[in-house]
Design a protein around this ligand. Sequence first.
Ligand SMILES: [Zn+2]
Length: 117
Amino acid sequence: MAGFDDSLRGYAFRIHQRDGFKCRYCGLDGTTSFANWLALSWDHLLPKGHPNRDNLGFIVTACNFCNTADNRYFDQAQKRGLRFHGLTPEELVAQRRPYVQRTRDNYEEFWNKHVRK
Ligand SMILES: [Zn+2]
């Protein structure tokens, strides 16, 4: 949006708009509550140094938790046998989702045990 230089109203707005304001990993929906919208961020699908890293087609909506859930993803890529070249954004999201989900599952277990009323 013209005139806003912060991420939610500026840079990330068109990414979020394209993705329907939903986290591409967990589905958190920024249209259903203000708090959800505030929790939205964006995620680079390609590692530093990749020529398409900053291409908006390869940056997707992610909530803050999913964005950092597997923050060693690119460092671990070789060990995990992941590749990035020649994959579509959809394939890159699908490749990353299980690693994000694993972290979410671990946190959910903690939440159920220690936080949930
Ligand atoms: Zn999420």
